[in-house]
Design a protein around this ligand. Sequence first.
Ligand code: GLU
Length: 492
Amino acid sequence: MSDEETNKPCVVRIAPSPSGYLHVGTARTAIFNWLYARKHNGKFLIRIEDTDTERSEADLIQPILDALKWLGMESDEDIVYQSTRDEIHRSYVAKLLDSGSAYRCFCSKERLAEVRELAMKEKRAPRYDRTCANLSEQEVTAKVEAGDSFVIRIKIPEGSTTYTDMVLSDITRENSEIEDFVVARANGSALYNLAVVVDDHEMGVTDVIRGNDHITNTFKQIHIYRALELNAPRFAHVPLLLRPDKRKISKRLGDKDVAEYGADGVLPQTMFNYLCLLGWSPKDGREIMAREEIMEAFDVQGINKNNPVFDVQKLNAFNKEHIKIAPIEQLLELISPKLQEAGLVSSDWLADEDNQLYLAKVIDLMRERMRIVDDFIVSAGFFFTDEFGYDQKGDRKQFVPESADRLTALADAFDSASTFDLEALEAALDEVAEKHDVKRAAFIHPTRLAVSGLTVGPGLFDLLVLVGKEKTLARMRRAADYIRTKKTEVTP
Ligand code: GLU
């Protein structure tokens, strides 16, 4: 039954375990959940699964929340911290014991190891042999009173279990594949799968969208829902992200987390867009999409089953497209500190309004060519300093002896032009090129190298106008002098 039919608003959640920073895979699962909630007028919640105290680190929680926020996702209600819910979990453990759906297991580690070994020898799947399921009430009481240690296992019924996955359709597992697994410790505290079920139920979660590595947990959780006589949510299992070498993405293999990509200059809208398209695509095949367009087009049924590859080259290509259309304020905010860090400008310089306008113009001119924000520092540094060297290859190719006189002649023509704008500069170039009887290119390339130190960049005249008359002429004359010195050095 769909939510439209039941009229029940949907509630989804992302439940990160703070055992590392925000992984791109978790970010993508969060995005799918967030989109689903927005699409169905539902709620998107965040639950921090911080019960595993050995692995979880409190210091990692805030960075995870920050990275989710950076991607534009915040919890629609107070964040739930699983570690604070121990009492609630315990009450459900008691319910399971009271109803007889779970039982205490007193088997020692050694005995369990023997059971496992025997199963392996007989080539059976290792599973608990239910010895303690058959203890009488008196036997159990006696053992508890004697202080024997125990865990609490759920009774898995005979038969098979089927559920309809929103991505993978009907999935069936034989119940015999699942042993009577442990749901709680002797002290009554719940283990992972039970805690998830209790929290999802209490948070009113209607739809669980998570990685397909959780399918086995899903079957276990369905058994817990049944034992507790609760309705299970709908499930959607999304494909896992892989590295280009088809291994799972992993910090240990050097894969970056979301915040690290952000620090490298990937825009949040790029990350959101790219992650969404890993495993999902709109019907019309569009790639570069704004968040609103994705929200419009998103459909959980459109998620496919194959595990997609997270490709940094592709991410950068997406970023290039998003930089072209990003609001200038966002780029100013990202680029300003990087310029300062690179020592190209000072904080006083940045505080000046005219300089902000200049910087915005430079960004607008350069954004067509930037893949990541850091590219700006390399390709636009000359807008902020005179201290740059010449590209070595360009130097050899463009700064040939004849270029010295050409640069001087063109600088003189620019100097005497009535204005320093595109038309005037272009007309001056045409005139000088004709007079020297050479192609425009013989002037254009050395001029670009003289003024920017680089051989590639935006349209030359746009660049010169923005650098300004004074600096352009000085740099052209400086390059002419340099070429003449070079000439005398190489031809004694
Ligand atoms: N804490 C789990 C994880 O980080 C999420 C479990 C779930 O979504 O149910 O993989």
